[in-house]
Design a protein around this ligand. Structure first.
Ligand code: ADP
Ligand code: ZN
Ligand code: ZN
Length: 729
């Protein structure tokens, strides 16, 4: 008996082991974890298959040290999905399997949920608080007040974040009987919101999906922002719950907000598990186990949740399916949306992809008949879509990047008591610092990139590698003090707005202004409460939020996306404009969207302004077809990077030579230096493979990668394979 094991190692291969000596081999099943000797180390691997023979001489095989699970940790369907993904993405099996396991399980800890204790305030505690009995124990009072506000209870972990060093106070409260400890794993909130009456389009979408529960079908829910997509998800979830099945909901990290969770919790009185990056290792394991056992009926998570084991999966939902964050950009480079469709197919259940700006791949899949389109063409409540216009910057006087007519429009809207939102695609003060005397530019010493000026922090920061240096007072080359900031980031626009509207509250929302816990929420509350009617920010504004009082949306700088070397840039720009535009307005107050540009005649902007996203998508797909780019062809990107300038290119040149003669249909483009050749001190290059048939590309890869793995030059560089790359940088 030979055990084929996925060992946590970057090697693109399986490892064979013999069964453990003192264990009955009959108990072994694929999906169980094994403790193994590996070189001089002991590792935790996952048994993936049991075979009768090995390519390695059995006398040289080592025996497994211990079996860590009494039943498969990864059940057969999930293991099957992982093996499919391993083959499709041609990635190291060990790393693929690792992606599916919470950290504590990767480390070999037992797969048992430690019910997390939560503390709750007792009735006696509430009385004590009301009678001011805790006034002389401020810490205890602080804890009691917090618990009073959180009826579901607060865990030690949560408490630690809110009240530092609270444990002694908790102990005293426990002794007095004013606080009790209970255990909770999934939270159940009693239903507190009722469902609205569905529109005809919503009803139709739900009926279509409902009609195929228990069978595979992929749907694209193509609904403008505010058209009630989330409502469709909620009511579908209710139907699947009634069938006794579980639902997996995938969302982009950035939209997994407390508001979204609250909306789900209020509507779905069932145990809910949430998987996202901010969880502690223990919380993550608990949520994972609750999903696996079937206890959690709805599982909401980001990208990697696509692999979570679910006992009785009945439906998969993917919100904002166009979002690039569904693609993992390092290590095991998988696309969670694509894998979700495969998972649904394997599990014979429907999958619903929702977006106001569907990926061109998905639009194409509808055209090919692979996905069925469900449309929600109108906003709920009859709100009209915002009116999109370009604002011609040519010949205009600009004040810190703001055209004077834009400033006048902002003033108009504010005077009417309405709100305005400005989208700026960069944080910091300006993307470049230049010496006006000699032309010196503030470049990153590790990257082919400019340092971003952060005026408030008085720093130059590289947004690519994180390098930070103090702001120079003089030019390092000529000593001149005439250093000038070129271009605009959010900080600079904020200052300009403060100058023009000194009396008006401004909310700047970007990664810098929201670093502190709770600060984003505070800013959003101020916007909704009308304290800050002027709103500006980055991508963070483009998702999830709705600002009904906003009637003017301005895109400050759209032009970069129009002329990028990356053929996906125009798709991203169009999605971004439409998503930002969708944050604004409501029925009585339709919105206006102004796009500042030096290229008002650009076909992309024209198309968007006149006909909307669907027309843009049709045109963009026609261009992709004419130029034979995805989704009409299939791509694989071989990337390499090294500290020596030529090593990466050398490796790729050897790789390209190994591929000759090329299989028919497979084409090589490159090798070429990456558009940003040096990053974080490494030189990067890439070789693009393209084919008309997925199959020819994959069978070519199969043999070619084996040869690459054996190439000595490969050991002097870091290299990786990216199947269906979405980013060529
Ligand atoms: P989307 O997810 O497409 O942006 P939502 O589902 O969030 O849209 O709906 C937008 C708003 O309209 C929400 O406040 C939601 O509660 C409300 N809503 C959705 N469907 C209906 C409906 N049929 N009738 C009334 N209000 C609705
Ligand atoms: Zn100078
Ligand atoms: Zn850098």
């Amino acid at each position: 008996m030979i055990l084929q094991v996925a060992v946590p190692s970057p090697l693109r291969r399986w490892f064979d082991y013999l069964p453990p000596k003192d264990t009955d081999p009959a108990i072994l099943q694929p999906g169980m974890r094994l403790r193994l000797p590996f070189g001089r180390r002991t590792l935790v691997g996952v048994l993936c298959a049991i075979r009768t023979h090995s390519a390695v001489d059995p006398a040289r095989l080592k025996a497994v040290l211990a079996v860590l699970d009494s039943e498969p940790l990864l059940p057969t369907p999930e293991l099957r999905l992982l093996l499919w993904a391993q083959q499709y993405y041609h990635h190291a099996p060990g790393e693929v399997i690792q992606t599916a396991l919470p950290k504590l399980l990767r480390q070999g800890q037992p797969a048992v949920a430690q019910r997390q204790a939560v503390w709750q305030l007792t009735t006696a505690g509430q009385t004590a608080l009301a009678e001011d009995k805790l006034n002389r124990a401020p810490k205890q009072r602080e804890v009691a007040e917090l618990l009073q506000a959180q009826a579901a209870g607060v865990s030690a972990e949560q408490l630690r974040l809110i009240v530092p060093n609270a444990l002694p106070a908790v102990r005293q409260l426990l002794e007095k009987g004013w606080v009790v400890s209970t255990s909770a794993r999934c939270q159940i909130t009693p239903r507190s919101a009722t469902a609205p009456r569905l529109s005809a389009a919503q009803q139709q979408a739900i009926d279509q999906v409902d009609g195929v529960l228990g069978r595979f079908r992929a749907f694209l829910l193509d609904g403008v922002t505010g058209s009630g997509k989330t409502e469709v998800y909620l009511q579908l979830i209710e139907r699947v719950i009634q069938r006794g099945e579980q639902i997996l909901v995938l969302v982009p990290e950035i939209s997994l907000t407390p508001q979204l969770l609250h909306r789900f919790e209020c509507r779905l009185p069932v145990p809910l598990a949430v998987l996202h990056s901010a969880l502690s290792a223990r919380e993550r394991l608990n949520a994972w186990l609750a999903a696996r056992s079937g206890e959690a009926r709805v599982v909401i998570g980001t990208r990697s949740a696509v692999f979570v084991p679910l006992q009785r999966l009945g439906l998969i939902l993917i919100d904002e399916e166009h979002d690039p964050s569904f693609k993992q950009q390092e290590g095991f480079r998988y696309h969670a949306r694509d894998l979700a469709v495969v998972r649904a197919q394997q599990a014979k259940i429907p999958v619903l992809l929702g977006s106001a700006t569907p990926a061109l791949e998905s639009v194409h899949n509808v055209a090919r008949g692979r996905y069925q389109r469900l449309a929600l063409p109108e906003r709920v409540g009859g709100a009209r879509p915002p009116h999109v216009q370009t604002l011609d910057l040519r010949g205009q006087t600009l004040d810190e990047g703001l055209a004077l007519p834009l400033i006048a429009r902002i003033r108009d809207h504010l005077q009417r008591g309405e709100q305005a939102l400005l989208f700026v695609n960069r944080r910091g003060y300006s993307p470049t610092l230049m010496c006006h005397e000699c032309g010196w530019l503030g470049n990153c010493q590790h990257c082919d990139a400019r340092l971003t000026l952060h005026l408030r922090r008085q720093r130059l920061i590289c947004h690519h590698c994180g390098h930070i240096q103090p702001l120079p007072r003089h030019c390092p080359d000529c000593g001149s003090v005439d250093l000038r900031a070129l271009g605009e980031g959010t900080e600079r626009i904020e200052q300009a707005l403060q100058r023009h509207f000194p009396e008006v509250g401004i909310a700047r929302i970007d990664r810098d202004s929201t670093r502190r816990r709770g600060s984003l929420q505070q800013l959003l509350d101020d916007v909704h409460g009308g304290v800050r009617p002027l709103l500006l920010g980055t991508q963070m504004l483009a998702k999830g939020h709705h600002f009904p009082e906003v009637t003017l949306v301005a895109i400050i700088n759209a032009d970069q996306g129009l002329f990028s070397a990356d053929y996906r840039a125009s798709e991203r720009l169009a999605q971004m404009i439409v998503q930002v535009a969708g944050r604004a307005g409501r029925a009585e107050k339709p919105g206006v969207v102004l796009i500042q540009t030096h290229h008002p005649q650009h076909p992309l902007l024209q198309q968007l302004a006149q006909s909307g996203y669907a027309a843009f998508a049709t045109q963009a797909l026609a261009e992709r077809q004419a130029t034979q780019l995805p989704p009409y062809t299939y791509q694989v990107l071989l990337r390499a990077e090294a500290e020596q300038a030529s090593a990466a290119q050398d490796f790729l040149a050897q790789a390209a030579a190994l591929g000759q003669p090329l299989t028919e249909d497979v084409e090589f483009l490159g090798p070429v230096p990456a558009p940003m050749e040096r990053r974080a001190g490494r030189y990067r290059a890439q070789l693009l493979l393209q084919a008309h048939q997925r199959l020819s590309l994959h069978s070519f890869l199969q043999t070619w990668l084996e040869e690459l793995d054996a190439l000595p030059a490969g050991r002097r560089v870091r290299w990786s394979v990216d199947v269906d790359p979405i980013d060529l940088f």
